[in-house]
Design a binder for this molecule. Sequence first.
Ligand SMILES: Cc1cc2nc3c(=O)[nH]c(=O)nc-3n(C[C@H](O)[C@H](O)[C@H](O)COP(=O)(O)OP(=O)(O)OC[C@H]3O[C@@H](n4cnc5c(N)ncnc54)[C@H](O)[C@@H]3O)c2cc1C
Length: 351
Amino acid sequence: MSRSALLIGQGLAGTILGWELLRRGWQVHLIDHHHQGSSSLVAGGLWNPISFRTHGLTWRATELLEAMENCYPALARELGQAIYHPLPLLRVLSSAEEANRWDERMTDPALRPFLADSAVPPQGIHAPFGVGEVKHAGWVDVPALLTGMRDLWLEAGILAHENFDESALQTGADGVHYRGLRADVAIWCSGWQVAGSRAFSWLPVVPNKGEILTFRTTRFSSESILNFGQFILPLGGGRYRAGATWKLGAADDRPTEQARQYLLGRLQQVMMSEEPEVIGQASGFRPTVPDRRPLLGSHPHQPRWHSFNGFGSRGVMLVPAMAVHYADVLEEKASLHPEVNLERYRTRLDP
Ligand SMILES: Cc1cc2nc3c(=O)[nH]c(=O)nc-3n(C[C@H](O)[C@H](O)[C@H](O)COP(=O)(O)OP(=O)(O)OC[C@H]3O[C@@H](n4cnc5c(N)ncnc54)[C@H](O)[C@@H]3O)c2cc1C
């Protein structure tokens, strides 16, 4: 049974897996190059158990929500910061057809606990077909979580701010060795950047660029999250975050004027007001996977190398449950769930 781990990456994945292993008594060391290219630092931080494509529950929603409840509030207490914000989410219904489907779903016993009986659009929102309210949604202040844990771990001497040099990693019968450090396993939690690693470049982690805006307005006010294909998240003090765009194959992760104009156009459609005052724009890459499932497991040729990756656009909801599951797998208390096992892409390594 492994008891010490070297984690490469302190994004949402590395932070929560590291925290889970530490509380199980593991020795953990993390390496992160100053959150360079981090997807977590620009994430909207939203979670939502309902898919608006199928109007059903998202994959393993109940289990994932339970794991979130055991994770984020405990982390918030540890940090002494309000990072966990359960909030209702209002879906702005786009057509009479969608409104009918919503009504049908409200009679589904599996969805009843997640949908409110009725909901009223916030003032200043254009919603001719009404809104539907999702319960058990919300957002996590991911940057505050990451920087808070970073500071604690830097002080504890278990996090190093440096680029992980794969050529300096040696793997032997007694574990992995990296610049004077020994651990039982090395776990890549490096998000979309895993595509540039030597160990796991064969995994189909596809960088999907997303951009978000932060804006201020007095023309509209909402204490709920709004979803109209895009989201608007209330941050307090008249500030909101809106996003996000999607783009495969983008050349770089810098914010663009095109995405800013697109998001402003979408905001104006739903807010019925003048252009809001933009006070920030951020962009990054989501670590997406073609079948939309995480990529967990040990390297087929090197059992001490592991991947904890592929959280796509839903890291906030997925990572806590997957961290518990993967820690159980490492401790040989569970076998890896086939749906998330990286073995499903093995032929990309061994055709
Ligand atoms: C615009 C946008 C909006 C999003 N909104 C949401 C949302 O509302 N809800 C949601 O659930 N998800 C959202 N996501 C997705 C979410 O950000 C990801 O699912 C999640 O953050 C992935 O976390 P990660 O730790 O796997 O990767 P990352 O956050 O990218 O972390 C990887 C870390 O590894 C480090 N690293 C990589 N390579 C090396 C190396 N060689 N040496 C040292 N360090 C290294 C990086 O510096 C980084 O800190 C959004 C993403 C984007 C881009």
